[in-house]
Design a protein around this ligand. Structure first.
Ligand SMILES: [Ca+2]
Length: 457
């Protein structure tokens, strides 16, 4: 649900809510990132650290797919900031460089990203503003060697890999031969150790959420197309992709950043967000306020660590392939190992969120006023959901009229009639009705919204 996503994403800071049923064992996870230009990588890694503190995740290693030593030092600075400075960091060699990225996507403006600027920032006394124990990123181990070593040390079938950048490291991992870490080649090692690959890549729906077979070319795929093609062709365990449309539809509110991270001076995530603000500001961004930012990489983290929390739905199984132009193609296939994330119905989530907020009003409003407010939420939901014209009727009259129309399924009619009967009870017993009646009414309303759709309108 949008509510839960908004709460979880907003809370990359230390206030991440505890899952209803926390996993008994933290998920062992490897984070593979193109940390450098876009800020969602830093937000996603910060979120993983918070999840680790809550016992839900265990970061085994972080590998960078941007070929720049500053990416490794900045990752290490973030790890240190969160008190997990012992997490090994790997760096791609002969991979996509910052310069290549800017040449292909000039909106970045410069090949000096926040990773360079922040990991080298020093105080007047020469100490680092964002301390890192990996003093020289160029000395970080090669990503593939680190991936192999990390996987070899884990239990079979246990590891979740989150890839939120280019596919260079993981494609090379699949091609790798046995070495001192493990006698198995890359394919065998992955097959043995990796339970799930949660990847941000491609596009699987249009902005309205309608599935498309071929998406628009997507950033993570475009910059290393051959590796992306190999990854989706060969990866031997289940893959769940978060398409461009998922993160684009959910944005972190810029005005929440300083509130979330203002608890300390020199928070690396807040500093990075401020650093890129000029790149991502839009005409409508008010002056003096940070821009709102898409949550692409965070959605892959959220799914990887909390797959059962209903933040997203999953597509049917199938096969994702990558076209020569850097677009993704999805074909449904029985027994396929690829799926992509889909959003739960947005209007329904919004109505449920509005109803949830009404819970605070149960004891503040008299039941009659309360029934009118809840009816207004239902009216808005039905009107928006089905593109119905707005009429001059009261919400109660509107819903009563709707309950008699043939468009309703019989289930839907029953649910709405239950709700309207309860409204009547409250209305005619105005003075005797209590907050318990309001509570029951709210439950009826939620049941209606959860209950189904109009058959056709
Ligand atoms: Ca990324």
């Amino acid at each position: 649900m949008i509510t839960l996503i908004a709460v979880a994403l907003a809370a990359i800071a230390p206030t991440l809510p505890v899952a209803a049923e926390p996993a008994p064992e933290p998920t062992p996870v490897i984070f593979d990132t193109d940390m450098w230009g876009d800020i969602d990588d830093a937000l996603a890694l910060a979120m993983l650290h918070s999840l680790q503190d809550r016992g839900e995740a265990k970061l085994l290693a972080v590998t960078s797919s941007t070929d720049d030593p500053s990416t490794a030092t900045f990752i290490d600075a973030l790890d240190n900031f969160y008190g997990h400075g012992d997490i090994p960091v790997g760096l791609v060699r002969q991979g996509v460089t910052a310069q290549q990225t800017v040449t292909r996507f000039p909106f970045f403006g410069s090949d000096r990203g926040y990773t360079q600027a922040l990991s080298s920032a020093q105080r007047p006394d020469g100490s680092f503003v964002f301390p890192h124990t990996l003093t020289n990123g160029a000395s970080a181990p090669d990503s593939v060697a680190l991936l192999r070593k990390t996987l070899a040390a884990q239990r079979d079938g246990s590891v979740v890999i989150i890839q939120v950048g280019f596919s260079t490291n993981l494609a090379r991992l699949l091609q790798s031969k046995g070495d001192q870490s493990s006698p198995f080649d890359g394919m065998d090692l992955v097959k043995r150790k990796v339970r799930l690959l949660s990847v941000m890549a491609g596009a699987y729906a249009d902005p309205k959420g309608q599935p498309v077979q071929k998406g628009e070319p997507e950033f993570n795929l475009i910059l290393d197309i051959p590796s992306a093609q190999q990854l989706f062709d060969k990866w031997p365990t289940p893959v769940v992709a978060s398409g461009f449309e998922i993160g684009a539809s959910m944005r972190i509110k810029g005005n929440s950043i300083d509130r979330l991270y203002g608890y300390t001076r020199n928070h690396p995530v807040a500093a990075a967000y401020h650093y890129v603000d000029g790149i991502y500001r839009k005409k409508e961004t008010p002056p003096g306020v940070l821009h709102n930012h898409a949550t692409y990489d965070l959605t892959s983290v959220l799914y990887a660590i909390r797959p059962d929390d209903d933040y997203f739905n999953l597509s049917a199984p199938g096969k994702i392939s990558v076209e020569p132009d850097g677009s993704s193609r999805f074909v449904a296939q029985t027994g396929g190992t690829h799926r992509y994330l889909t959003m739960n119905d947005a209007q329904r989530a919004r109505a449920l969120e509005a109803l949830e907020r009404m819970r605070d009003q149960i004891d503040l409003l008299n039941p009659y006023q309360f029934s009118i407010r809840v009816s207004d939420i239902l009216r808005r939901y039905v009107t928006e959901q089905h593109g119905l014209p707005v009429t001059r009727q009261t919400s109660m009259e509107f819903l009563n009229a709707l309950a008699k129309t043939p468009q309703f399924s019989s289930d839907e009619k029953l649910l709405l009639e239950d709700f309207l009967n309860r409204c009547d009870l409250i209305k005619f017993a105005r003075h005797e009705a209590t907050s318990a009646d309001s509570r029951l009414l709210l439950e009826e309303a939620a049941r209606f919204v959860n209950g189904g759709q109009l058959a056709t309108v």
